[in-house]
Design a protein around this ligand. Structure first.
Ligand code: HEC
Ligand code: HEC
Ligand code: HEC
Ligand code: HEC
Length: 143
């Protein structure tokens, strides 16, 4: 009797914490802190954003949509070979895709940050016919 009461208290406390924690929920892993969801923010590269920030449901993409970490995170040895593996540190996209260029990608040249995001995010949604492909679905209209 007493034991189950303690168990219920613990459960209530956990649920309350989970609620309060909300968007701040994050799992500590060897690869760094994996945030549940967050707005992707590269103001430093793009300068003032012209579009609303894009919210990524990070954990949901991994767990619910079953997308492995190394589908999005990579360290490229060449165009094809990704040497990133579980437990390796994760670098920000902008550390390698440094250009703020918004022109279409040029064959043979490294992808700008703008093209890296659109190619990774939008092209998967297009290929899978699931997930947003229209501008305003990712960049919600400012109020
Ligand atoms: C759908 C694509 C996607 C998947 C799947 C994904 N991530 Fe991420 N993750 C991102 C993006 C985008 C960022 C933000 C990167 C940036 O701001 O440059 C990020 C950020 C991170 C960061 C923080 C990096 C920093 O310095 O701020 C860590 C750590 C991380 N992810 C680890 C993981 C791990 C571990 C997994 C698998 C369990 C995973 N991610 C799955 C896209 C993804
Ligand atoms: C350690 C450096 C590094 C980091 C960090 C990195 N990239 Fe890349 N990425 C590369 C290199 C190098 C290539 C191959 C040359 C090119 O196309 O720019 C590449 C290629 C790509 C491609 C082309 C398709 C593919 O998978 O080969 C996409 C899309 C891409 N990166 C998106 C991203 C996104 C989004 C992030 C952050 C979640 C990211 N990259 C983080 C170095 C990096
Ligand atoms: C490898 C495939 C893949 C990649 C890469 C990917 N997504 Fe998704 N995304 C999905 C799938 C699958 C769904 C779920 C669609 C459904 O079930 O309705 C989705 C849904 C979404 C949604 C709407 C639902 C939600 O969970 O918020 C947003 C917004 C989104 N993705 C943003 C992004 C962004 C931003 C990136 C790049 C950092 C990204 N996605 C990369 C596959 C992908
Ligand atoms: C699948 C999601 C997705 C779709 C669809 C999408 N974008 Fe983006 N876009 C992103 C992400 C992620 C970034 C990086 C945001 C950041 O780092 O602040 C970005 C960055 C940008 C930027 C540079 C940052 C800024 O605000 O100035 C512009 C401009 C932009 N997108 C315009 C567009 C336009 C126009 C469309 C429709 C043709 C579009 N995007 C469709 C995900 C998306």
């Amino acid at each position: 009797m007493k034991k189950s009461f303690v168990a219920i208290l613990a459960l209530v406390a956990f649920l309350a914490l989970a609620l309060v924690g909300g968007a701040a929920w994050a799992a500590k892993t060897k690869s760094g802190e994996v945030k549940d969801e967050f707005p992707i923010d590269n103001t430093k590269v793009f300068g003032t954003l012209t579009k609303a920030p894009v919210k990524l449901t990070h954990t949901k993409h991994n767990v619910e949509y079953k997308i492995a970490c190394d589908k999005c995170h990579h360290v490229k040895k060449d165009k094809k070979t990704n040497t990133w593996k579980d437990g390796d540190k994760v670098q920000k996209c902008a550390e390698c895709h440094t250009s703020a260029d918004k022109k279409p990608p040029v064959e043979g040249e490294s992808l700008s940050l703008y093209n890296a995001f659109h190619k990774q995010c939008r092209d998967c949604h297009k290929d899978q016919k699931k997930g947003p492909t229209k501008c305003d679905e990712c960049h919600p209209k400012a109020k």
